[in-house]
Structures are given as structure tokens and as C-alpha cells.
Design a protein. Sequence first.
Length: 194
Amino acid sequence: KAMMKEEEKLVLPQGFTFLGKVKNISDPDLKACVRYLFKRGLTEKDIWYFKLGGITTGRYRRRVIAPSFNSKGELNFFVARSIDPGCNFKYINAPTDKKTIIFNEYNIDWKDELTLVEGPFDLMKTNENATCLLGSNLTEEMYLFQKIVKHRTPGVLALDSDMQRKTQKIAGLLSSYGCNVRLVDLGTKSDVGE
């Protein structure tokens, strides 16, 4: 079980197995995780880029684990997504306050236009200069918001199609701080992942 005290560093759940060595995976649950990723349109290159993993036992079994790293390359968050339909808890998040981290901050160039999506699996379908909100809100007290404003980073909002009001609210807030914002029209698609 992943645990974290204030003075301790976050660690990946015990038994984390990297899924990038697709051809060498023999465990049926890990193979199912890889099949799930391919079914979602991800490639072996995506698995390597996002450092996706899985676990063969316990509460994280049959979940794809997407780790996140801060600007120094240190683990700052992870999301474990169930691969099984009908699972009671689709996502299990690391025991970290989402307001204090930026998902995969180490990949972000604050001078370039930054694409913002809701979750890690949406992030995997975007361009390279992107991050996710780990939800559908962006507020002034969030570290991500503060970094965007500090650098006056232009943004592209690509939230799910049912989040139009929240998208407009976020766009208005960023604009009020002098950041240029564009909105993605998803058309008939429900999210960027589609």
C-alpha cells in the first residue's frame, strides 16, 4: 500500500512493474493492462513516455498506474486506473493533495502554449507540452495556476464536452491574469481521449 507522511517522499505502490517491456510480460494481469492500453489507442512508445506500470496483487491489481514527476524528476503523484468495466472505484489517487502538484511538471515548457486536460488518460492523447488538472477545476490556490500566471503561459483548454461552464470559468480566470487562452471544440466527442 502506498503511504506517505509529510516528511516522507511519495513512493510507487509496492510491486510496481513497468509495462514498457511489452514483449517480456508474462503475468496475465499485466498483459491485460497492456491490452487495455493498446485498446485505448496507446502505443508502446506512449507506455515508455508516460512510464506506465501495473501491479499483480492487492488493491492496485488490474490497474494501470500513471506516475507523475515534478520539475526535478521526483515522483509527486500517481493515478491507478482500473482496466475492468464496472469497477466500484475507477481511479485510486496517490495520498497527495492535488492542489500542490503539477502532473508531469518535468515535461512542461512554460514558454510554449500549454494544453490542459482533465485526467492522465486524456493527457496521453495530447501534444507534448501538456498537463492534466486531475479533475475539472483550476483555481487560484493551485500550484499549476500559480505557475501558469507566473510565466504568463498561453493555454489551450481541452476539457470534456460536458464541462463547458467550467471551461469558460477557467478561461475567464486565466484571462483576468493576462494569460491568452484558446478553447478546443471537441465536436461530437466527449473527451480528448476519443
